[in-house]
Each structure stands twice: as structure tokens, then as C-alpha cells.
Design a protein around this ligand. Structure first.
Ligand code: C2G
Length: 129
């Protein structure tokens, strides 16, 4: 029974997020999702529409998600992995290679992103109505 962890903003939760989380849950028995706080998104230079309190509540209520934690900074991942006895760290492959340093703590996986959906695309598509 493996524990998996993944990190993200999950703004305007969409099918790309859901398919990633569902694929990750299939890899083990416990899926932990770390959701970026609004302050950390500022550091990530990532604008969000939906505030952290709502983004984390939505993710927490996704059926395949067992536990949510806040992502406050770039540095917390190794601690989170040790603290929660994580076996697999996984992200979409837009992050391929970026977190290979975590291989000393657990397995590191990058899964293919779901094509043709993103919060950015949703915002631009909306303007066409
Ligand atoms: N994702 C996906 N398919 C999409 C869009 C997103 O598989 N069409 C995945 C991303 O690859 C990521 C996760 O969904 O693994 C969350 O995406 P974002 O909310 O955009 O996460 P990001 O802002 O990249 O934050 O420390 C890591 C960062 O917090 C990651």
C-alpha cells in the first residue's frame, strides 16, 4: 500500500487536474495533494482566480484524494515526503526533471499532461463567447 504525493495550484479545477489525480490514486492506496497557497502562487508568479481556501476545499472533496496539505514554498517537499512516509512523488510532465533531486527520498514520476485543457486556455476561450 503506497502513499503518493503531488503538488499544484489547481485553479479552476478541471478535467486535466482530475485525470492526473485519478491516475495517481491508481498507483497506490493513499493520495496526498499539496495545494499552493495564494502567497506561494505569488512567489511562483502564478495568478489565480480562485482563493486558496476554495481551491483546497474542492481538492479535498475529490473522491480519489485522501488528504490535502498546504504548499507554502519550494523547500517543503523533502520534509513532506519524510513526514508522510511518501513512496511516490508525481507531477505532470510539464515538470519533467525539475524534482529529480527528490529521488533520494522516494520514487519520482512525471505523467503525461491531459491535452487541450488548462486554466489559461479556459480564460482565453471564455473571451470568445
Ligand atoms: N495538469 C495536467 N494536465 C493539464 C493541466 C495540469 O496533468 N491539462 C497537471 C500539472 O502537470 C500538475 C497538476 O495538474 O502536475 C497541477 O497543475 P497546476 O495547478 O498548474 O500546478 P502548478 O501551478 O504547475 O504547481 O511545487 C509544484 C507546483 O506547486 C506545481
Amino acid at each position: 500500500d503506497k502513499t503518493i504525493i503531488t503538488y499544484g495550484t489547481f485553479d479552476m479545477f478541471h478535467i486535466g487536474h482530475l485525470k492526473l489525480l485519478q491516475r495517481l490514486k491508481k498507483l497506490g492506496t493513499k493520495l496526498i495533494v499539496a495545494v499552493s497557497t495564494d502567497e506561494f502562487n505569488t512567489i511562483k508568479r502564478k495568478k489565480t482566480l480562485i482563493p486558496f481556501e476554495q481551491r483546497i476545499l474542492i481538492v479535498e472533496n475529490i473522491k480519489c484524494v485522501d488528504m490535502v496539505i498546504a504548499e507554502h514554498n519550494w523547500e517543503q517537499k523533502a520534509n513532506d515526503i519524510v513526514k508522510h512516509n511518501v513512496d511516490i512523488f508525481a507531477m505532470g510532465d510539464d515538470w519533467r526533471g525539475e524534482f529529480d533531486f527528490l529521488k533520494e527520498y522516494c520514487e519520482v514520476l512525471y505523467l503525461p499532461r491531459t491535452q487541450n485543457i488548462s486554466s489559461t486556455k479556459m480564460k482565453t476561450d471564455l473571451h470568445e463567447f
